[in-house]
Write a protein that binds this ligand. Structure first.
Ligand code: HEM
Length: 183
């Protein structure tokens, strides 16, 4: 096999030379991690841009027609839908890869469980916000107080705050793996 010759040629002595059969799988995992990070950046970064830049600009002196805000919201919702799909699939692959390695212990599992719970809440909230905007949810609900609490819990700002926390938890996960590698 040509790959074997290439691998041994780079390693004088040849003893440690191991045909890296994992290389294609590693490449796939890098691709999955990249897609995962890209989707997270697009969603959370887009939300930060919306709240800190676009919204104040649209509400400021240069009043844009409402159709502009609606078009922006519509496009962003499509982006969020795509991000949710990518995050779900790639996140499941990354979790399976980590949980089947010897590098993770109980702390990793606990942080991952918290992260997945918050991520699922984000996915559900994105759906709920869309349904609310299209008038599908809230029908028949009589109690205003409860609706207020539900609205606060599922607001776009809350999604943004939780998204930022989820990214922090992802960094903690990586830290726990790196600590496992070095110790
Ligand atoms: C079901 C949902 C999800 C699962 C199962 C999941 C799982 C994972 C796993 C296992 C990792 C690797 C952590 C490590 O280094 O050991 C990871 C990384 C990461 N996740 Fe998630 N995740 C999910 C959703 C999300 C969401 C909603 C966000 C943000 C909006 C997010 C942002 C990130 C980021 C930024 C990284 C670091 C990527 C990198 O270092 O290249 N994840 N995720």
């Amino acid at each position: 096999m040509p790959t074997v010759r290439l691998a041994t040629a780079r390693q004088p002595g040849g003893g440690a030379a191991r045909l890296d059969l994992m290389a294609p799988l590693d490449g796939l995992l890098i691709l999955v991690r990249w897609l995962h990070a890209l989707a997270a950046v697009a969603w959370v970064g887009g939300a930060i841009f919306y709240w800190l830049v676009l919204r104040p600009a649209l509400r400021g002196g240069n009043q844009a027609p409402p159709t502009v805000a609606q078009a922006v919201a519509r496009e962003f919702r499509s982006l969020v839908d795509a991000c949710i799909g990518v995050l779900l699939v790639s996140g499941t692959i990354l979790a399976a890869s980590r949980l089947t390695s010897a590098l993770v212990g109980v702390p990793y599992f606990a942080v991952l469980a918290l992260k997945v719970t918050l991520a699922l809440w984000m996915f559900w909230t994105a759906r709920a916000l869309r349904a609310r905007r299209t008038g599908l949810s809230g029908q028949g609900s009589a109690r205003r107080g409860l609706r207020y609490v539900a609205a606060a819990l599922t607001s776009a700002q809350a999604t943004l705050v939780v998204g930022v926390i989820v990214i922090l938890l992802s960094d903690i996960l990586r830290f726990l793996v790196e600590r496992g590698l070095s110790g």
